[in-house]
Design a protein around this ligand. Sequence first.
Ligand code: GTP
Ligand code: MG
Length: 196
Amino acid sequence: HNYNVTHFVTSAPDIRHLPADSGIEVAFAGRSNAGKSSALNTLTNQKSLARTSKTPGRTQLINLFEVTDGVRLVDLPGYGYAEVPEEMKRKWQKALGEYLQKRACLQGLVVLMDIRHPLKDLDQQMIEWAVDVDLPVLILLTKSDKLASGARKAQLNAVREAVLAFGGDIQVEAFSSLKKEGVDKVRQKLDLWFNT
Ligand code: GTP
Ligand code: MG
């Protein structure tokens, strides 16, 4: 697919207001500030397709983008944002679980984690939910430009080793929107998911 022609279709305030469960979708999930929106922009070669921000919790809606008819990329709001009230966090976590487990058109999940702080509790929860329903997972260790190459490789190997415990179809790659590292690997994976 040509990801450069991806365009915004719609936002949904929650899982219940998503468009019809048809076509194919790949979702981008991760903690607040992990770099989801930046990764979507990098992937699609666009400066401001998805809104990025220094303020965590910027993406509060589920934003849907269309690559081509019936082929969508989904920017999910970040989880784990400290300032969000406990009650809202719980509601959002439940909704995410439902989305992952019930959305039939979902073909794969991209989980983005800051390479310096991977596999927090909520990340592990997301991975577990995905593996539970046989959804393949691509883990991107984001902001890889923040580590020197030795440390980057060490962290990549550590996460690859750690995720073996989940079983399931999980690939782990280093990614940087700033340095464009890992972009081709993401495109390859999306092509694979979108053609199944
Ligand atoms: P929420 O929508 O709040 O959940 O955040 P998000 O996961 O969409 O993160 P976003 O893409 O808005 O990026 C958060 C911050 O990290 C911004 O200040 C970005 O500029 C920065 N950032 C994102 N990707 C990279 C990267 O590859 N390298 C570096 N150094 N900074 C990055
Ligand atoms: Mg965002």
